[in-house]
Design a protein around this ligand. Structure first.
Ligand SMILES: Cc1ncc(COP(=O)(O)O)c(C=O)c1O
Length: 459
């Protein structure tokens, strides 16, 4: 079976929440001044109330409001493909499947949470949502979600991407959002950074500071985050819940699940429901989970496990995660969505416990894998999921050597139709194989310890 489709009735009615099934309790976010856990009520000033209730909920299943399911039905259920042509090209005995989220109007998995967040904000009487965006995928998803539910959206877009990807900005503007290149002159945090360095290319950490500042200094405005937090990852589980049904139809079950990680939402959305099978002894196989990150932003493979801020201006509470330090300024790699210094605390805990493994690849090998995939399967992958494709090809080639008939499932979380400049740079040999230097990670950790001498910093 080449393509496995579901009916609209199969759009999940509940999201799966991993919190009650984690091997250890999740370390809570803390206030760095008091070093005490941040109370959910304090976070409600910033985020929609319902999102914060979900953030700390211990309920395993959370109902999806009917209005959100209806919005999902514009593009969900999304297809699951068997990559037969790629298997043949690689001459591998492995069976490769991919769940394709590029069919949504903004072209990625991001609207799975954007429509839910916009819906809850609308219900709570919020007038405008602010956010940051790297490559523009998340910003366009939120612009789309806000358009559906009649809210205004303000997006701070990392300056390097704002210049690299004018069509993503255009898309956001067409859906009605205001878009600013970050650092901008709109906020104190932006102005401070521009004063120090007028050519600062921006980072997700800086754009988050600006979006938060904009939200807290205006009435009836809330902030919305596209990854990292528990409620965001939870909303993405529609991906994995559908994929489980589709694998059943294919009469198969994955031995290995692969996904790229920026903050960890798309990959978590795919693997959490299979993790649930595993912990509830329902999984027919000992499924393994493999996350893939860029060598230019190696949070898990080279970073430290500690409490750190989510943003450059230290406006967010500190969260326990693998981090490269909140002042991290990434190299201008094309996978804009994978340039965040930290990762989701749930994913970091599962990595710490050895349940999720992580590998890193440089962008040259990643684009080469994307090109190979495109020539086999036809779809143009976004640079972010191309990281997963590289890992899948490597695994499939290992199977070719060993003869193992592994079933591999990966997430093609977005299309790369707005990334043609990146492909052109790849084809003309202009892409450098960036690796983030070890010394920079150590320097960032020294600075973090100078700020907070009480911090425990582990590798
Ligand atoms: C297409 C795409 N994939 C992946 C990511 C990474 O984010 P996450 O790890 O939360 O899925 C992004 C982030 O912007 C993205 O746009």
């Amino acid at each position: 079976m080449r393509k496995i489709l579901l009916d609209e009735d199969d759009v999940p009615k509940q999201w799966y929440n991993i919190l009650p099934d984690l091997p250890k309790p999740l370390p809570p976010p803390i206030n760095p001044i008091t070093r005490e856990p941040v109370k959910p009520e304090e976070l409600m000033a910033l985020f929609s109330k319902e999102c914060i209730i979900q953030e700390v909920s211990q309920d395993r299943w959370i109902s999806i409001p009917e209005e959100v399911r209806e919005a999902y039905m514009l593009w969900r259920p999304t297809p699951l493909y068997r990559a037969e042509r790629l298997e043949k090209m690689l001459k591998t005995p492995a069976r490769i499947y991919y769940k394709y989220e590029g069919v949504s109007p903004p072209g990625s998995h991001k609207p799975n949470t954007a429509v839910a967040q916009a819906y809850y904000a609308m219900k709570e009487g919020v007038e405008r949502l602010t956010t940051e965006t790297g490559a523009g995928q998340w910003g366009s998803a939120l612009a789309f979600g806000c358009m559906l539910f009649g809210l205004k959206a303000t997006v701070y877009m990392v300056k390097v991407s704002y210049n690299q990807k004018p069509y993503r900005r255009m898309l956001m503007e067409l859906w009605g959002a205001e878009v600013y290149p970050s650092p901008s002159t709109n906020t104190d945090s932006g102005r401070r950074i521009l004063k120090e360095d007028p050519n600062n290319p921006g980072s997700l950490g800086i754009a988050i500071s600006e979006a938060i500042e904009d939200a807290v200094t205006h009435k009836n405005v809330k902030y919305s985050l596209g990854s990292v937090l528990n409620h965001v990852l939870l909303h993405q589980t529609v991906v994995g819940l559908e994929a489980k049904r589709q694998m059943e139809i294919a009469d198969d079950y994955p031995d290995l699940i692969v996904g790229c990680i920026g903050g960890g939402s798309s990959f978590s959305g795919l693997f959490w429901p299979f993790y649930y099978d595993k912990v509830s002894s329902k999984a027919p196989k000992a499924v393994q989970f493999l996350a893939v990150e860029p060598t230019a932003c190696p949070s898990i493979t080279k970073g430290f496990y500690t409490y750190d801020h989510g943003d450059a201006a230290r406006l967010t509470p500190m969260i326990k995660m693998y981090t490269l330090g909140h002042m991290f300024i990434p190299a201008p790699i094309h996978a804009g969505g994978l340039r965040y210094h930290g990762k989701a605390p749930t994913l970091c805990l599962l990595s710490r416990e050895g349940i999720v493994k992580t590998v890193a690849y440089n962008q040259v090998e990643v684009f080469s894998a994307a090109h190979q995939f495109m020539r086999a399967e036809g779809f143009v992958p976004a640079p972010e999921p191309s990281h997963a494709i590289k890992a899948v090809i490597d695994e499939a080639l290992k199977c070719k050597k060993t003869g193992e008939e592994k079933t591999i499932l990966f997430l093609l979380c977005g299309h790369g139709h707005f990334d043609m400049q990146a492909f052109e740079d790849y084809l003309s040999g202009k892409l450098p194989p960036y690796e983030y230097p070890e010394e920079k990670v150590e320097e960032a950790m020294r600075k973090l310890k100078d700020l907070y001498p009480w911090l425990e910093v582990e590798r």
